[in-house]
Ligand binder design. Structure first.
Ligand code: HEC
Length: 109
């Protein structure tokens, strides 16, 4: 219950940040993963993380290609910690979460 409430709060927090349509449907579980892990940095510009849904922050990163983005998420990249601290995330979760952050579907290789 507590978890679900947190997820709802997170969803509201980032929905408030970005008026554009979400690009991937997250399951309630993935919403919790997003809120509890990724958004701690990706909703805070001061961390240096590209901001969720902010196209300017993501365009150069998306140009690297889906495979590189997925690998950098799993292995870490500069200030981005390995797996974004999400030890409960699997590969499908990462694809969905990156799509949510970047505003673009991340294809399967
Ligand atoms: C502790 C802060 C932090 C957390 C937590 C975090 N990130 Fe990041 N992330 C960063 C920073 C900082 C960068 C920018 C790194 C750079 O380019 O200097 C980044 C970059 C990225 C990138 C772009 C990588 C690239 O190749 O340009 C992706 C994708 C990403 N994060 C996904 C995620 C996902 C998914 C989660 C949650 C599971 C997450 N991040 C959690 C800080 C974080």
């Amino acid at each position: 219950m507590k978890y679900a409430n947190l997820a709802a709060l997170g969803a509201i927090a980032w929905a408030g940040l970005q008026p554009w349509a979400a690009h991937a449907e997250l399951t309630p579980r993935q919403n919790a993963l997003l809120a509890n892990n990724c958004l701690q940095c990706h909703a805070r510009p001061s961390t240096g993380a590209p901001v969720i849904g902010k196209a300017d922050d993501w365009s150069a990163r998306l140009a690297k290609g889906d495979t590189v983005l997925l690998r950098n998420t799993v292995e870490g990249y500069k200030g981005m910690p390995p797996m974004g601290y999400c030890s409960a995330c699997n590969e499908d979760d990462f694809r969905a979460l990156i799509a949510q952050l970047a505003g673009k579907e991340i294809g399967k290789p």
